[in-house]
Design a protein around this ligand. Structure first.
Ligand SMILES: NC(=O)C1=CN([C@@H]2O[C@H](COP(=O)(O)OP(=O)(O)OC[C@H]3O[C@@H](n4cnc5c(N)ncnc54)[C@H](OP(=O)(O)O)[C@@H]3O)[C@@H](O)[C@H]2O)C=CC1
Ligand SMILES: CC(C)(CO)C(=O)C(=O)O
Length: 348
């Protein structure tokens, strides 16, 4: 059995596309996983379904072909947090079974409220890994734990991923449409930086086979900005143009050819004004557009996470993505008019 089998339970807050994808591969690597659903109805449906998650490995293949075939499932392999805050009974949350390792894969705007809800079940020094798009969540999570009266001190990791995953019609089943990578770093303040391999949680994530690695914080800062730029191009355009990631550039070109070049140039101007960004060449307009193009192709069959929400009439992460560039633009004196327009169009 895999070495990581002995590591503690990983709890996943946000068992949607990305949470289920990582949960599935953690289980495959022998890591015990408990999913945390929003309410007891969903948790009951999951148990009735056999506590399994289905993943269709569909990268590089035609999305239309055999969608419901070849879904690999983890039969009865997942625990479910059954806590009163979530409408359950807390039967599985004893003193000795507090949440030690929490993977947060909610949307950016749900993260803090979700953590607050399960706060009573966290151990005193939990490890919390934020694996979500957009910027600004880390600061909010830090503020939450620093609030007066809180007596839990988490070790915090931040991750970013370019895997593409989207829901299938069958609940608890997802299509892994784009095989990307995942990078993780530690952002705990007031603690020495860890060395690779220092954390069983990080080791478990690396064991997933999802092309996951640990990087130093400096590298991660750059990766997070790159991913923000990628999402600021692919996500709103795919939602507004109603297309899969692979068609974002062609659709934008046919409707408004200047959109992506102007957006890329605007993002580049903003990022270059951020003090301390050493790798300014990496953020030339040309490179920003290239990163987005490459990700649109490696996840060509994916519906971006923003498109999924936009189509369903749900709240989107626009404020944490293009809205974040808007805020940076205001701070550094760059008129972020294209980002402003995209925020407005997505919210209309
Ligand atoms: N999908 C993709 O291809 C990629 C997504 N990302 C990023 O990953 C993050 C997750 O995206 P994605 O997986 O697509 O989103 P999903 O909407 O599929 O998943 C988010 C999940 O969080 C759950 N949730 C929200 N609040 C709570 C709560 N309080 N308690 C328990 N569960 C909660 C939601 O539950 P409910 O369904 O009940 O609302 C939902 O299942 C986002 O930041 C996204 O931008 C990054 C790379 C690729
Ligand atoms: C990698 C990509 C663009 C995959 O669709 C994504 O991050 C998202 O959908 O939010």
């Amino acid at each position: 059995m895999n070495k990581v089998y002995k590591t503690g339970q990983v709890h996943i807050l946000g068992a949607g596309s990305i949470g289920s994808l990582f949960g599935f591969h953690l289980r495959k690597a022998g890591v015990p996983v408990t999913l945390i659903f929003r309410n007891k109805e969903k948790s009951a449906r999951f148990k009735e379904w056999g506590s399994r998650v289905g993943i269709l490995d569909n990268y590089g293949k035609n999305q239309e072909a055999g969608e419901t075939e070849n879904i690999v499932e983890f039969e009865g392999g997942f625990g479910v947090l059954d806590a009163p805050e979530l409408g359950g009974t807390a039967s599985c949350v004893s003193e000795s079974n507090r949440i030690e390792k929490l993977l947060v894969t909610t949307k950016a705007f749900d993260a803090v409220a979700g953590i607050a809800r399960i706060y009573p079940y966290l151990s005193t020094n939990p490890e919390i890994m934020l694996l979500l798009n957009g910027m600004g969540v880390l600061e909010k999570v830090e503020t939450f734990f620093k609030n007066e009266g809180r007596e839990k001190y988490p070790r915090i990791y931040v991750g970013t991923t370019t895997h593409g995953c989207m829901p299938l019609q069958q609940e608890f089943s997802y299509s892994h449409t784009g095989f990307g990578s995942c990078h993780i770093s530690e952002y705990t303040t007031g603690h020495p930086q860890m060395e690779l391999g220092d954390s069983e949680f990080v080791a478990s994530m690396i064991s997933t086979g999802l092309n996951t690695g640990y990087v130093p914080k400096r590298t991660m800062d750059t990766l997070l900005l790159k991913k923000l730029a990628i999402n600021a191009i692919i996500n709103p355009v795919s939602a507004l143009a109603n297309c899969k990631n692979g068609l974002v550039f062609a659709k934008a070109d046919s409707v408004y050819p200047a959109l992506i070049p102007e957006l890329g140039a605007e993002i580049s101007r903003i990022i270059k004004r951020i003090p301390g960004i050493e790798t300014k060449d990496e953020f030339s307009a040309e490179n920003v557009i290239r990163y987005a193009f490459e990700t649109s192709q490696s996840t060509c069959n994916n519906d971006s996470s923003m498109k999924v929400d936009y189509d369903r009439g749900n709240r989107t992460e626009i404020d944490y993505i293009n809205g974040y560039f808007l805020k940076l633009g205001e701070e550094y004196g760059v008129d972020a008019k294209i980002n402003r327009m995209l925020c407005k169009l997505i919210k209309e």
